[in-house]
Design a protein around this ligand. Structure first.
Ligand code: ADP
Length: 388
């Protein structure tokens, strides 16, 4: 009986021990499962965080998120670049990072306003910048403020382009109005009865003819420039022997050169052949050589030369020995409608677009153009083309 009881107790003990061990093992397994799950969650969160950071850093707009105490919780790369602060500023105040009272004031307004949209901000600096700011208060489900988000969109480039477009339209209108008003004036004088005076009649008709030509030239140049600018102009590249191309333009402009007693010298060696669209190449030479005649010295020399650069490219030089271009104007002569001497250019029939066309045509061929000039020492325009 005693043995039976002992055996029973032993069996009970063994069963209890088994159950306990099983429970311990189950608990350990459960812990391991939980750890693995937690690890998976942490990895998932880290991956999500990296994805979010990559996404935010690839944004062109600057983004700053503030916590409920007004401290920076998050800022993307564009915001750092715009305001020149480093990632160490995370946790600091907006004023510490951005040092701009207007931005801090905007964020403060979000205490009472849900959002401030399209606020324009001027940033001083070189160059000064214009930013559009959208500031939005962040709230939880119960409506309590949890922070703020500020998005900065850089408008500087757009404003510059807008300014350039407005200036261009104003310039075009002005350029069109001048010959038009001269044509109108001549026509009105004719209508007023000058028809009976043959000398006056001839003079007025010549004014109309000359300024109608000028308008045509201007419109042709504008259309060509627009095509070159938009990349719509398809270049038909062909082997272009440069000496021949220059000689053709010399022949076209021989009368104009003779009128100013300018000697034209073609110093290009025979074997130099570039890959170019013949019409555009002719235009480039024509504009540069015509300028050399117009703005060069009466009785001077205009020389066109070229050399192989050894990297598969050819550099062409159109040089005159005229009064040159003032140093401060050198960087601007390729701009549309920029003229050193407005009256002189108009008197010579210039549209103010010749060098802009040269620049776009050369760049369209993958080449570059530059100018060198010393006052009193003449001017040299250089451009490069691909050799054949
Ligand atoms: P434009 O129709 O006035 O000649 P361009 O664009 O061809 O327009 O030239 C712009 C300006 O650059 C000219 O008005 C002139 O002041 C200056 N310029 C161009 N070529 C020369 C040159 N060879 N020598 C001196 N000034 C020049």
């Amino acid at each position: 009986m005693t043995l039976f009881l002992v055996l029973l107790a032993a069996a009970a003990l063994a069963a209890w021990w088994h159950v306990r061990r099983q429970r311990t093992e189950d608990a350990a397994q459960h812990r391991r499962d939980l750890d693995a799950l937690r690890q998976r969650h942490v990895e998932q969160l880290e991956a999500d965080q990296r994805r979010l950071e990559t996404l935010l850093d690839s944004m062109l707009d600057g983004l700053v998120v503030l916590d409920m105490n007004g401290r920076i919780a998050l800022a993307n790369r564009a915001a750092e670049t715009l305001f020149g602060f480093s990632r160490q500023m995370i946790g600091g105040t907006l004023l510490e990072a951005i040092r701009h009272h207007e931005v801090a004031a905007l964020a403060a307004r979000l205490q009472t306003e849900p959002a401030i949209l399209d606020h324009e901000l001027q940033l001083e600096g070189v160059p000064p910048r214009v930013l559009q700011v959208n500031a939005i208060a962040l709230r939880d489900a119960a409506g309590a403020t949890t922070g703020a988000m500020l998005v900065f969109h850089d408008l500087t480039r757009m404003r510059e382009l807008e300014g350039a477009r407005q200036e261009f339209v104003a310039n075009v209108s002005h350029e069109l109005r001048t010959p038009l008003s001269l044509i109108k004036g001549a026509a009105e004088t004719l209508l007023d009865g000058t028809k009976s005076d043959p000398a006056a009649l001839d003079r007025l008709l010549q004014i109309i003819d000359r300024h109608a030509d000028r308008l045509t030239l201007l419109i042709d140049d504008l259309l060509l420039l627009a095509k070159l600018d938009s990349g719509r102009l398809v270049l038909h590249l062909q082997p272009a022997p440069l000496r021949v191309a220059v000689q053709e333009v010399f022949d076209d402009l021989a009368k104009r050169a003779a009128a100013r007693e300018v000697r034209l010298e073609n110093a290009i060696a025979d074997g130099l052949v570039a890959s170019a669209d013949p019409d555009r190449l002719r235009q480039v030479f024509s504009n540069l050589i015509d300028n050399g005649i117009k703005y060069g010295r009466v009785g001077g020399v205009l020389t066109v030369s070229a050399r192989a650069l050894g990297n598969g490219r050819i550099e062409v030089c159109v040089r005159d020995d005229g009064p040159g271009i003032p140093r401060e104007a050198l960087a601007r002569v390729f701009e549309r409608f920029y003229r050193v001497d407005k009256a002189r250019s108009r008197e010579q029939g210039g549209t103010g677009l010749g060098l802009a066309i040269v620049k776009h045509a050369v760049q369209g061929h993958g080449g570059e153009v530059r100018v060198e000039s010393e006052p009193g020492q003449g001017t040299a325009f250089y451009f490069t083309l691909q050799a054949v």
